[in-house]
Design a binder for this molecule. Structure first.
Ligand code: AMP
Length: 562
């Protein structure tokens, strides 16, 4: 069952061997030597714990604890291929669980705590998790889901033994006590490189969530590709703070990339507000970060209000939804390169990243900006194409848009348990391409730009309007904190764009001013027909605007032009 599914980011076990001081990582099935010093004396990893303090450790110590934890899981009956669930922030114990579970041949199944408890229970039962580790922040969720998950034998709280909470949850266990029960002489097993290492469910905005199962092989390949200079470009001189959660497609591979290159890793725990993140960046000398646009809104707002700067941050990967150009510009003004990236749960997740080529270095800033705004070129290993509705390949001219398809060693082949339909399309080239559900253009240099999710595109009089373009322009307005554009029914044009905007605190910007803001910046017929102001936009579990909710909320809305 496992070997068939392919993809995404698995945890390939890059576990530093403690045999000597060299940086040899024992990777399941083979040994790989990586550059980057894994010296026990280096602080590699810090963590704002749920205990509220900072914990420093090394990869060497992490490996020893992960091995002991694997032994404890083995004694508790976890076998190769079994799923172990996690409901946890980015923290060192979560990282230990990643490596213990993956390294012993079991599958680390990360669950997004922002989902509804019923969905969480559904996912735990579907994955057949029998052991769950969780941060105590999420104890109320565990209390709600435990009665619905009778097959879970152990709910393991990631906290010091003397802080273990009491709760009426059968099988409630303390992580440190459990880990201490493991043997020190456990030996990592050998296993097929195509066996599974990690499992993530898609957000499932329509129908049930679907499981994307990642193999050791695909995870290792993904991590190598992610570490390339024009991808994440991570090195042993970096200090990486993933703001993107380890439950959002394995923090985009960072838990595998950082040990692979020997970078210092900083985990923020549950403190993701602007002040906490900025303090940690400064205190730990973070050079590299990654996250979805919505988390950066909070940080940038906090920095603006307090007149702050970054002293060490040099670049950040932004993806998960389109990064507004205004955000790219603000980061650049702070001296930080934004690496706009596109990916999906079904892709482990990296597909494309936007970095300049040599020939672009002398371009004026505004021409370079146009490239930063795109989602970029494929990382080596991924192929892409755009096709029309009949599956015919479309030209790479930067203006023709079509359905985006991808293939590659870390692109999904089938969903977990074969449920959720066949993810691969049959086309003129046979089977093998995954239809992403995104609509995109690709220019002559291979820079891909998402114009929309196919279900979000606004179909006006037989032509398509990109909701992302309209949102980016709205967010660039100084009085707009956030914005979304949806298509609403129109008797003549089928659909017309409606702008839903959140004003910045204290602003009284009007509908007319926002509509005027589009003038000269976009084809006239793309201009939204109306504007509605709201206090906030509904966000999904991974920080993306929930357009399904907005469409529901505005389904009876009558445009003034209708
Ligand atoms: P998920 O699997 O939940 O991470 O969602 C993947 C989807 O997020 C993609 O198919 C895109 O629709 C969207 N997405 C991811 N990155 C970007 C980006 N940089 N720009 C626009 N949309 C994006």
């Amino acid at each position: 069952m496992f070997s068939k599914s392919n993809p995404s980011q698995n945890e390939e076990m890059a576990i530093p061997s403690s045999a000597d001081n060299r940086s040899t990582f024992s990777v399941i099935g083979s040994d790989v030597t990586v550059s980057g010093d894994i010296d026990a004396s280096v602080d590699l990893h810090i963590d704002g714990r749920v205990e509220g303090d900072i914990h420093r450790t090394t990869y060497r110590a992490l490996e020893a604890r992960a091995r002991k934890l694997a032994a404890a899981f083995e004694a508790a009956g976890v076998k190769k291929g079994d799923r172990v669930g996690t409901l946890a922030w980015n923290g060192y114990r979560h990282m230990e669980a990643y490596y213990a579970v993956g390294g012993m041949g079991a599958v680390v199944h990360t669950i997004n705590p922002r989902l509804h408890p019923d969905q969480i229970a559904w996912i735990i039962n579907h994955a057949e998790d029998r052991h769950m580790v969780f941060d105590v922040t999420f104890l109320p969720i565990i209390q709600a889901v435990a009665p619905k998950c009778p097959n879970v034998e152990q709910w393991i709280a990631l906290i010091d033994a003397d802080r273990q909470p009491e709760a009426d949850v059968p099988g409630l266990t303390n992580y440190e006590t459990f880990l201490a029960s493991g043997r020190d002489d456990y030996v990592w097993p050998e296993m097929d490189e195509n066996s599974a290492v990690a499992l993530c469910y898609t957000s499932g905005t329509t129908g049930n969530p679907k499981g994307a199962l990642y193999g050791h092989r695909s995870t290792v390949l993904h991590a190598y590709a992610a570490a390339l200079p024009d991808a994440m470009g991570a090195s042993a001189r970096d200090t990486i703070l993933p703001v993107v959660p380890m439950f959002h497609v394995n923090a985009w591979g960072i838990p595998y990339v950082a040990p692979m290159v020997g970078a210092k890793l900083v985990f923020p725990g549950g403190q993701l507000d602007g002040k906490s993140v900025h303090d940690l960046f400064e205190q730990e000398g973070v050079t590299y970060s990654a996250g979805v646009p919505t988390v950066w809104l909070g940080l940038l707002q906090y920095m603006k209000e307090n007149g702050l700067k970054f002293s060490t941050l040099s670049r950040t990967v932004i993806g998960g939804s389109a990064c507004p150009p205004a955000m790219i510009k603000t980061f650049r003004d702070y001296g930080v390169d934004v690496i706009h990236a596109w990916g999906m749960t079904e892709l482990s997740p990296l597909g494309t990243l936007s970095r300049l080529q040599g020939k672009h270095l002398d371009l004026p800033e505004d021409a370079q900006m146009k490239l930063y705004e795109k989602q970029g070129r494929v990382v080596y290993g991924i192929d892409m194409k755009i096709v029309d509705d009949e599956g015919k390949a479309l030209p790479w001219d930067g203006t023709t848009y079509g359905n985006l398809l991808v293939r590659g060693p870390w692109v999904i082949r089938e969903y977990f348990k074969g449920e959720g339909g066949d993810p691969l399309a049959y086309d003129a080239e046979g089977k093998g391409w995954f239809p992403t559900g995104d609509v995109a253009t690709i220019d002559g240099d291979g820079f891909m730009q998402i114009t929309d999710r196919s279900k979000d595109v606004i179909k006006s009089g037989g032509e398509w309007i990109s909701s992302i373009d309209l949102e980016n322009l709205a967010i660039a307005h100084p009085d707009v904190a956030n914005a979304a554009v949806i298509g609403v029914a129109h008797p003549k044009w089928d659909e017309r764009p409606l702008l839903i905007a959140v004003r910045r605190p204290g602003s009284e910007v009007t509908r007319e001013q926002l509509i005027a803001h589009y003038e000269g910046r976009i084809a006239k017929w793309w201009t939204p027909d109306d504007v509605q102001f709201v206090d906030e936009l509904p966000l999904g579990a991974t920080g993306k605007v929930l357009k399904t909710k907005l469409r529901e909320q505005f389904k009876d809305y009558k445009l003034p032009t209708a």
